[in-house]
Design a protein around this ligand. Structure first.
Ligand code: URA
Length: 288
């Protein structure tokens, strides 16, 4: 039976107990079965205004999907350089196209000059779900599209389990350019780019935000905790427009590729996400 399942492409165990001789579980059943384990809402102090946005910028961001999620180095110094002028300019931008053009012309950012392409976003900008990853990898840099490499393919498969695809999600990254050699961004680069990300969220107006990986979670949630602690809980985040948006942190697909046993935790997070999307869905189950 196991051999047959492997032949059929089954490579993950998703539930604690086998469910024999019944039709495949439907999403509603999975959600109902997980009722007892649903995450509580953690209310994160709202991020209000430019000064607070900058207070959550931390240095020593480690990219590449949390190579060691519990051992991330983290410096407590907020980064303040370079941001006042950027914030004023960025907040006057009124469309996603303008934001993309503005980023494309951001010559002051060193990352722009070493990357092959700007990776602005992918998916549906009108989707209720916005996904924020870390930084483009080699494939994304080559194609100028977020999450097109192996990480993205795993992400697509995982999202499909809750009926979400790129037509029902909008994807971007903390950084729109691949840092050379996948190095961590400097404090200045992060400080320069964070206002653009916040404006990106404000203009896309998602109902729900999914943060992938420790770098995104720490930066957006303004926490020093590791991703293992931050994941799986809802937070209310103000991205600077006064709107409190539910945000859920989860494990980065790059980490899951290296540690497949942790997919189980990621799947729990996806069920939480599906439940929230379904509960809040005004335009159909998952926002179409
Ligand atoms: N990892 C990310 O965080 N984002 C991408 O776009 C690709 C890989």
């Amino acid at each position: 039976m196991l051999a047959w399942q492997l032949d059929m492409g089954v490579d993950e165990v998703l539930l604690d107990h086998p469910v024999p001789d019944v039709p495949p579980l439907r999403l509603e059943q999975l959600l109902a079965e997980n009722d007892g384990t649903s995450a509580s809402m953690a209310v994160t102090p709202a991020i209000r205004g430019a000064a607070s946005q900058q207070d959550i910028i931390r240095s020593s961001l480690m990219l590449s999907g949390d190579a060691a999620p519990d051992t991330m180095s983290f410096d407590h110094q907020p980064v303040r350089a370079n941001t006042g002028a950027d914030l004023a300019a960025v907040s006057s931008i009124t469309s996603l196209a303008e934001l993309q053009a503005g980023l494309a012309g951001l010559d002051a950012c060193p990352l722009k000059h070493t990357a092959s392409n700007l990776c602005f976003a992918d998916g549906n900008p009108g989707a209720r779900l916005m996904i924020i990853g870390e930084a483009p990898g080699r494939d994304e840099d080559r194609m100028g599209v977020p999450f097109v490499g192996a990480d993205g393919q795993l992400l697509d498969k995982m999202l499909m389990t809750i009926g979400v695809d790129r037509a029902s999600a909008y994807l971007t990254n903390l950084l729109p350019w691949r840092p050379p050699g996948n190095r961590s961004p400097t404090d200045e680069e992060t400080a320069m780019l964070l206002p653009w990300l916040f404006r990106h969220v404000q203009l896309a107006k998602p109902d729900i935000v999914l943060l992938l990986g420790g770098a995104a979670a720490k930066l957006i949630l303004g926490s020093n905790d590791g991703i293992m602690k931050l994941r799986g809980q809802w937070h209310e985040i103000d991205f600077g427009d006064g709107v409190l948006r539910p945000a859920l942190a989860s494990l980065h697909p790059a980490y899951l590729l290296r540690s497949p046993a942790q997919k189980r935790l990621a799947f729990e997070d996806l069920l939480r996400l599906a439940k929230r999307l379904t509960a809040n869905g005004k335009k159909g189950a998952l926002g179409e």
